[in-house]
Design a protein around this ligand. Structure first.
Ligand code: ADP
Length: 495
């Protein structure tokens, strides 16, 4: 196991970690702190400033001032792009530190954070910085009798509340388009995983992002989060997390008539036809459902397997899942790290229990996993369940390494079953018949339909949900930049 980089040790040693408001590192006004834990060891990793409504107020005021006076909102997009590229360069330069911090705080395998989360986030800043340069800010309107145009301007202060499954990656997806458009931001990371966002603020400072443009308030959801969502100084809000909290955020924003983007949970399905390479698909889906210990909102957790290949598929999936190495995130052999917290571990165990009590069966037994040397960590084994489509484990998002397998034999019935979900984030179709795969993909009701793969993300390919999975336009697409620019019509009658 590679030891922590000296920079990471130094970063963690400056406890309690302060928040970043108006270009300064500050304690909570109340002086309160909270603890973030290493889920792999179950031990306290760092003490962090516990911000509340007063700190959110200071952060929003700082962001308002920066929007009006720092020059960020009015500088040409290419000048902002230079700074955002510098920020991306710094993320790349410190990628290993960030991957270590993310792995420690979330529990995810360090290699995954290094290979995906961190470089992908750096790329997000580059993508939106460049897109903003190419975006027309003034469009003439060809209407007789008027000299008119649409001017596209940033909104002002944008609020962001993030979850704990991909803290760093999601900061990139969220704030990069807002910043590239010229807005200023207040970020409330999840209380379980605030560290990489604080490190990000440090890099933003070094990159020359003006004071007050990026503010980070660490703290709890019902205090700091709720204060941010209901602050009248916010002009646009973005939330990523559970539908339950998403509803609260939307209500708060509704009261202030603030537009909101919601990226919520999912109960993604994979529809596997009988013409696939069974072993390859079983391996791919076993990988998908265990990625980030199953704490991925868009992953495939309902597997609809054609009855002709069902038994062979289950056999291969079971052996693949059973062979996966559960362990500490910094161990290079680890495939599945711990889940993020004891609360999350109990949630996963609770679902297994409820599912079984209401008639589901286990094809592969899950439950608590013991990892030698890490007995206090929050480890869970992958599980394969099966049973009726209305079982709680087939309907609700578990957010753990658990898949629910169901048989099907008819294309229409398979589609109907997928679409019976209250969610609508991402599904996949697996078939050698591309005509069929495309046909089915278009009939599945969700923000994303993937073919012969699951969990596909690329800059320029919009990603978002419908129904319980969210609304407000999604992320990663060119439209997301437009979401952070409001249109203003400027018109003069021609005499
Ligand atoms: P989980 O319950 O699994 O932690 P949540 O959806 O509750 O997932 O958390 C996502 C984010 O929402 C976190 O940053 C959390 O602090 C925040 N949050 C939780 N409750 C509220 C709330 N009432 N108002 C605003 N933000 C909240």
């Amino acid at each position: 196991m590679t030891p922590l980089n000296p920079e990471v040790t130094k970063f963690l040693a400056t406890q309690p970690l302060k928040m970043f408001i108006d270009g300064r590192w500050v304690e909570a006004k109340s002086g309160a702190t909270f603890e973030t834990r290493d889920p792999g060891e179950g031990k306290v990793l760092a003490k962090v400033a516990e911000g509340d409504a007063a700190d959110v107020g200071a952060a929003v005021a700082a962001a308002q001032k920066a929007f009006q006076k720092s020059g960020w909102a009015t500088m040409p997009a290419n000048d902002r792009a230079v700074i955002l590229h510098r920020l991306a360069d710094l993320i790349t330069k410190h990628a290993d530190n960030l991957a270590q911090i993310e792995s420690l705080d979330v529990g995810k395998p360090r290699g995954q954070a290094a290979a995906f989360d961190v470089p992908h986030a750096a790329q997000t800043f580059r993508y939106y910085a460049d897109l903003a340069v190419q975006t027309r800010r003034r469009e003439p309107i060809a209407i007789s009798g008027f000299d008119a145009r649409t001017v596209r301007v940033p909104y002002g202060v944008c609020g962001f509340i993030f979850p704990w499954n991909f803290p760093f990656l999601l900061v990139g997806w969220g704030v990069a388009p807002a910043l590239a458009a010229g807005n200023t931001v207040v970020i409330k990371p999840a209380e379980d995983t605030p560290l990489s966002t604080l490190y990000f603020a440090k890099l933003a400072e070094e990159a020359g992002v003006p004071a007050g443009v990026i503010n980070v308030v660490t703290g709890f959801g019902h205090t700091a989060g709720a204060a941010l969502a209901s602050h009248t100084g916010i002009k646009r809000m973005s939330f990523t997390g559970s539908p339950e909290v998403g509803r609260l955020i939307a209500e708060a924003c509704g009261k202030n008539l603030v537009p909101v983007k919601l990226e919520l949970g999912g109960k993604g399905a994979a529809v596997i036809f009988d013409d696939v390479n069974v072993d390859a698909v079983a391996e791919a889906l076993a990988g998908a459902v265990t990625l980030n210990a199953g704490q991925v909102c868009c992953t495939a957790t309902r597997w609809l397997v054609h009855e002709k290949i069902h038994d062979a598929f289950v056999k291969k999936a079971t052996s693949t899942l059973a062979a996966m190495k559960i362990g500490y995130g910094a161990n290079p052999e680890t495939n599945i790290g711990p889940v993020v917290s004891e609360k999350q571990r109990m949630r996963v165990m609770g679902y297994l229990d409820r599912g079984m009590k209401t008639g589901a069966k286990l094809l592969l037994e899950g439950g608590h996993a013991e990892v030698k040397g890490y007995e206090q960590g929050y480890y869970v084994k992958p599980a394969l369940m099966t049973g009726a489509p209305d079982n709680v484990c087939a309907r609700e998002e578990i957010f753990g390494p658990i898949a629910y397998v169901m048989k099907f034999n008819d294309e229409d019935k398979g589609i109907e079953l997928v679409n019976s979900s209250a969610y609508g984030l991402a599904n996949s179709v697996w078939s050698a018949d591309l005509e069929r795969a495309n046909r089915v993909a278009e009939r599945l009701v969700a923000g994303n339909s993937w073919i012969n793969a699951h969990n596909l993300f690329a800059h320029g390919m919009p990603y978002g949900g419908c129904n319980l999975s969210g609304c407000g336009g999604g992320v990663l697409g060119p439209e997301t930049l437009a979401d952070y620019l409001r249109n203003q019509t400027v018109a003069r009658p021609l005499a």
